[in-house]
Design a protein. Structure first.
Length: 143
């Protein structure tokens, strides 16, 4: 984005402008908003609007679809949902199960929720029941 934006937002810094534009795009929901409307709303010329949208796209925060709007080509800006591949790359948070008794249980190798004949099963385990109950109560007292 050029540094000489002649808009009502010229006094705001770049990050503030990005955040406000993202908020406007977010507000438009899944249907998105035309880039020309964003330019108009934030008094950006088409070059600044295009650079700003391009930056948001590079940051994977939005996607841009080329569309014909009022006889002119523009882009529709849509907030990007994280893809499944991105979700798979996120670290898994195990905080909610890290104290589960199963991780240090000497019967873990024979415990089964499917084998009715085994004496050790999550369905009949007092240790597991106590842990679930205690965690449940603790979750309320922490909030
Ligand atoms: S459910 Fe109970 S018996 Fe089974 S592994 Fe967990 S703590 Fe052990």
């Amino acid at each position: 984005m050029s540094t000489n934006i002649t808009s009502k937002y010229a006094t705001k810094n770049k990050q503030e402008l990005f955040d406000q534009v993202m908020a406007a795009i977010l507000k438009s929901g899944e249907q998105g908003v035309f880039q020309t409307e964003i330019c108009k709303e934030f008094s950006l010329d088409s070059r600044d609007g295009s650079r700003l949208a391009g930056n948001l796209e590079k940051q994977s925060r939005i996607s841009r679809e080329k569309v014909l709007y009022k006889g002119r080509w523009t882009y529709k800006l849509i907030v990007r949902k994280p893809s499944i591949a991105e979700d798979k790359n996120k670290p898994v948070n195990i905080d909610c199960v890290k104290d589960a008794p199963c991780f240090r249980c000497s019967f873990e190798h024979s415990c089964s929720s499917e084998d009715e004949s085994t004496p050790n099963s999550p369905w009949r385990c007092a240790l597991l029941e106590t842990w679930v109950t205690t965690s449940f109560i603790k979750s309320f007292s922490d909030n």
